[in-house]
Design a protein around this ligand. Structure first.
Ligand code: CAA
Length: 262
């Protein structure tokens, strides 16, 4: 499909098995509007359906991952219009329900819906220029795509309250220290480093990758006892796949495994 608000590249910079989705509304610092979220849902659907894709990278520009939901698009909406259109839900579901790993590569502003979109991904890698925040309070509203819930799980109640009630931004170092971000790179190295990471994931067994993703997600949703029981079941079930035999045989034979997704 031809996208107007995204640039979608397969195997960028030689990163085999990777799809790079770049948010591309430079005139609005990649603010999330209905068109962008609709296109993102299509792009993720295509990546999910393509067996050659093992990992997805979501990024923005050097200045902004995304500066939030599109305030100009939302400002005149009524409650009935927001409710009927179920604003933002379809786009958010596409990210939440994608079974392949999605890495957010964040440079510059990740504010409001932009921060929420990054948090919906499986992990966040930040440039040293990244700035995260939930400034909705300044607009007389609240985060609307999961910010109050996910930020609190990432950074704890005290810092989430501080961020959400004051609307302040936090830089990359504070974000890493607080557990929001997994790693930081200098801005010019962000994309090459994230693409190398994504290619490494894409070279693994897609079955094992999907099950590992499901298990870590379960840690967010369930009790320890239930989560550990699920892990045991899925761990045992991985022995039904050829990829387990190949992975372990390759270790014993001191060679690189060739996973086939079977
Ligand atoms: N929606 C619509 N347009 C936006 C936007 C947004 N969220 N953020 C930036 N833009 C537009 C600006 O209006 C401006 O357009 P014009 O040139 O036509 O005026 C253009 O992008 C460039 O922005 P600035 O001139 O403001 O750039 P700056 O460098 O001076 O400031 C910024 C950057 C601090 C990020 C500032 O743009 C800003 O504060 N943006 C809004 C951030 C925000 O409040 N986000 C939360 C949105 S609400 C939300 O996300 C709700 C939810 O949870 C669902």
């Amino acid at each position: 499909m031809a996208y107007q608000t995204l640039i979608v590249e397969t195997a960028p910079e030689g990163a085999a098995g990777v799809v790079l989705i770049r948010l591309n509304r430079p005139e609005a610092l990649n603010a999330l509007n209905a068109q962008l979220l609709g296109e993102l849902a299509v792009a993720l659907g295509e990546a999910q359906a393509d067996e050659a894709v093992g990992c997805i990278v979501l990024t923005g520009s050097a200045k902004a991952f995304a500066a939030g939901a599109d305030i100009k698009e939302m400002s005149d909406k009524t409650y009935a219009q927001m409710f009927k259109a179920d604003f933002f839900t379809a786009g958010a579901r596409a990210v939440e329900q994608c079974r392949k790993p999605i890495i957010a590569a964040v440079s510059g502003y990740a504010l409001g819906g932009g921060c929420e979109l990054a948090m919906m991904c499986d992990f966040i890698i930040a440039a040293d220029t990244a700035k995260f925040g939930q400034p909705e309070i300044n607009l007389g509203v609240a985060p609307g795509i999961g910010g109050t819930q996910r930020l609190t799980r990432f950074v704890g109640k005290s810092k989430a309250m501080d961020m959400i009630l004051t609307g302040r931004m936090m830089g990359a170092e504070e974000a890493e220290r607080s557990g929001l971000v997994s790693r930081i790179f200098p801005a010019d190295l962000l994309l090459p480093e994230v693409l190398a990471m994504a290619a490494k994931i894409a070279a693994q067994s897609p079955l094992a990758v999907a099950m590992n993703k499901e298990l870590v997600q379960a840690a967010y949703e369930t009790t320890l006892t239930t989560g550990v029981a699920l892990e045991r079941r899925l761990f045992h079930s991985l022995f039904a796949f050829e990829d387990q035999k190949e992975g372990m045989a390759a270790f014993v034979e001191k060679r690189k495994p060739e996973f086939k997704g079977r």
